[in-house]
Design a protein around this ligand. Structure first.
Ligand code: AMP
Length: 254
């Protein structure tokens, strides 16, 4: 859980300064992936997860899973999500708090699509301080990466997006279609089109992003724990830039 995570992260960070062998062990720590709908947060989170062996925590995925299972949380979030509106802060904060109790966050984690409001960012900051106090050790601070893509490109990405319900692999009917239309290359199962991946919902989601999420970027930027990357390039190039940014931030003692 978060407590053990703190000790492990802090210990390895200190030792790496003295040991060339450990200096090669890169601990990403907690990473926030920010950006408008469709910039590729989910795709990048999956690649970072594979490269670093740390989990992706997507509040959108957790909410969709709750909707699929018909939980109380899912029922409360369903209508708001379909309209492209944000669900209340307290709901997502509780979800993230519970997720950070899992032991797999030890070496770090990728928060995908959270925090999306200043209220969530402030809650997260103070929650991490309380986990750190409980651990009795210094943990790596959060670093935020904002992926930036032009709005017209985003619309095409969003309306063309299809996702495998089994393995969560992301396709695009325009730019990255599956071998067989509507079927996942890996699982052979039908691909899904998210109900909020429409032009109307996209417009709403962009409004929410511009008014509520932009201050979150400002929040982390002011603290110097922030990098912006151009997301309108080949997927691997974007991943390379994100990974280089993370190394720079951590080497700078962030
Ligand atoms: P995403 O999969 O990240 O694009 O999220 C899909 C939808 O889930 C959003 O449009 C919101 O309705 C809801 N959602 C996901 N994450 C959050 C969050 N951090 N705060 C509020 N609503 C969220």
């Amino acid at each position: 859980m978060g407590v053990r995570a703190g000790r492990e992260v802090a210990t390895l960070t200190q030792e790496s300064a003295h040991s060339p062998a450990l200096a090669d062990v890169f601990l990403p720590g907690p990473v926030l992936l920010l950006g408008a709908p469709g910039v590729g947060k989910g795709t990048q989170a999956q690649l970072l997860m594979a490269d670093y062996g740390i989990p992706q925590i997507s509040t959108g995925d957790i909410l969709r899973d709750n909707i699929a299972r018909g939980t109380e949380l899912g029922n409360a979030a369903k209508g708001l999500m379909a309209q492209g509106q944000l669900v209340p802060d307290q709901m997502v904060n509780n979800m993230v708090g519970a997720r950070l109790e899992q032991p797999d966050v030890n070496r770090g984690y990728i928060l995908d699509g959270y925090p999306r409001t200043l209220g969530q960012a402030e809650w997260l900051d103070s929650h991490l301080v309380s986990l750190e106090k409980a651990a009795g050790a210094v943990v790596l601070p959060l670093v935020a990466i904002n992926i930036r893509v032009d709005e017209q490109v985003l619309l095409r990405r969003i309306t063309g997006r299809r996702i495998c319900a089994q393995c969560k692999h992301i396709y695009n009917v325009y730019s990255k279609p599956p071998k067989q239309e509507g079927i996942c290359d890996f699982e052979g199962s039908p691909l899904q089109h998210r109900s909020d991946d429409t032009e109307t919902a996209f417009t709403e989601r962009m409004k929410a992003y511009n008014s509520l999420t932009a201050p979150v970027i400002e929040h982390y930027s002011r603290q110097g724990r922030f990098r912006e990357v151009n997301g309108d390039r080949a997927v691997e190039e974007v991943t390379g830039t994100i990974e280089a940014s993370l190394r720079q931030l951590r080497q700078a003692g962030v």
